[in-house]
Structures are given as C-alpha cells and as structure tokens.
Design a protein around this ligand. Structure first.
Ligand SMILES: CC(C)(COP(=O)(O)OP(=O)(O)OC[C@H]1O[C@@H](n2cnc3c(N)ncnc32)[C@H](O)[C@@H]1OP(=O)(O)O)[C@@H](O)C(=O)NCCC(=O)NCCS
Length: 177
C-alpha cells in the first residue's frame, strides 16, 4: 500500500497516489477546492485567497496539519484533502480532522477515498498515527455518508456549535464577520 517514491518537494511516503502537497500544487488545489464548493456548498463561501492562505499556513506551521493531493499520474492532482491536527484531552492524543476531501468525478469509485482514510489511520499520510479520525458530512450527502459508514465512522452524539466574529472593546458583544 505504501510507495517509497515521492515527487521533489514532497516529504513522506505516498499512499497509492496520495502524497503531501507541494507549492507547485497550489493553483490546482484552488481549482479543486472551488469545484468542491460548487458541488457541495457549505454555509460560508470560500475564495482563492482564503485557500492559498490555508495552504501557506499549513506549510509554515506543520503542527497544524498538512495538505495531501491525489496524484495518480504524477501530473495534475485529481483530488485533495486538508488533514488538520487537533489535540484531544478526552481521547489522549492527536485527532486528525479531514477538513475537506474532494476527488474529481472521473477519478471516483476507484478506492481513492478509502485509501486516503486508510493512509491517515496508518500514519503514512498524517505523519503520525492519530488517536481518531473525524470529518463532517452533510446528511444530504448520502453517497459520502454511506462510504464513511462502511469505513467505520460513526456519528458523535454531541452538537457542534459555532460562534463567529470578534468580541468588541467592551469585551462582550460578538460582531458578525
Ligand atoms: C466522497 C468521495 C471523497 C469518495 O471518494 P471515492 O474515491 O469515490 O471513494 P471510494 O472509491 O473509496 O469509495 C466509493 C464509494 O463512495 C461512494 N461515493 C460517495 N460519493 C460518490 C460519488 N460522488 N461518486 C462515486 N462514488 C461515490 C460510492 O457509493 C462508493 O460506495 P461503494 O464502494 O459502496 O460502491 C468522492 O466521491 C468525492 O470527492 N465526492 C464529492 C465531494 C464530497 O462529497 N466530499 C466529501 C465531503 S464530506
């Protein structure tokens, strides 16, 4: 499952087509991320600058996580994922949050999504073996949901809440961003 060769600039082993992204992948990842947001839009639209900032931040601060790309032909990437590190006191170690996962339609159904998750679990793609792997999926995304169930993911019985904006100078009222 693990291949020893990596393209120049990429560190760590690749896992059947998945490898760590390099700066040369940035423009392609922006396109793939935009395609994901067209196909499966989230509540907050993303723009190219935001995506490039994420890529730069993960490169500069690798303890935050890493970006991986699906590169089956050693050419243009046909998929990407952000693997975000989160230290859990409850679970006693580092959780890998697969923050975004997208594979081009033509490359789907060939096991790449499955291998991405397996590569994360084994530590080959995340750089360490995580205590757990987490991801978010919209209930309407039934195909992805059935894949995740098959891989062993189960819902966490808690609510995820979000507070956006900043606290103003009086230290109390959040302002929307
Ligand atoms: C979900 C996704 C990452 C799965 O990747 P993949 O490489 O096709 O996954 P695999 O080949 O390992 O597994 C295919 C399974 O996923 C399911 N699947 C989910 N979405 C699918 C899609 N859009 N096209 C084809 N298969 C899909 C298939 O039903 C298949 O199940 P089966 O093996 O029981 O027949 C990919 O389809 C994708 O990028 N979808 C669009 C973006 C998305 O929904 N991302 C997830 C957000 S949480």
């Amino acid at each position: 499952m693990t291949e020893p060769s990596t393209p120049s600039g990429s560190t760590g082993p690749s896992v059947m087509g998945w490898r760590e992204a390099t700066p040369a992948d940035d423009d392609r990842i922006v396109s793939l991320c935009e395609a994901l947001n067209r196909e499966d839009p989230g509540p907050d639209p993303v723009n190219a600058q935001q995506i490039l900032r994420t890529l730069a931040t993960l490169r500069a601060q690798p303890t935050r996580g890493r970006t991986v790309v699906l590169d089956t032909s050693r050419g243009l990437a046909s998929g990407y994922a952000f693997l975000i590190a989160f230290w859990s006191n409850e679970l006693g170690g580092e959780v890998c949050v697969i923050d975004e996962l997208f594979i081009e339609p033509a490359a789907r159904g060939r096991g790449h999504g499955t291998r991405l998750v397996e590569g994360v679990r084994s530590g080959a793609l995340f750089g360490k073996i995580p205590v757990a792997v987490e991801l978010e999926v919209r209930p309407a995304n039934t195909r992805a949901l059935s894949l995740y169930h098959r891989l062993g993911f189960r819902p966490i019985e808690t609510m995820r809440l979000r507070l956006t904006g900043s606290v103003d100078s009086r230290g109390s009222t959040p302002t929307s961003s």
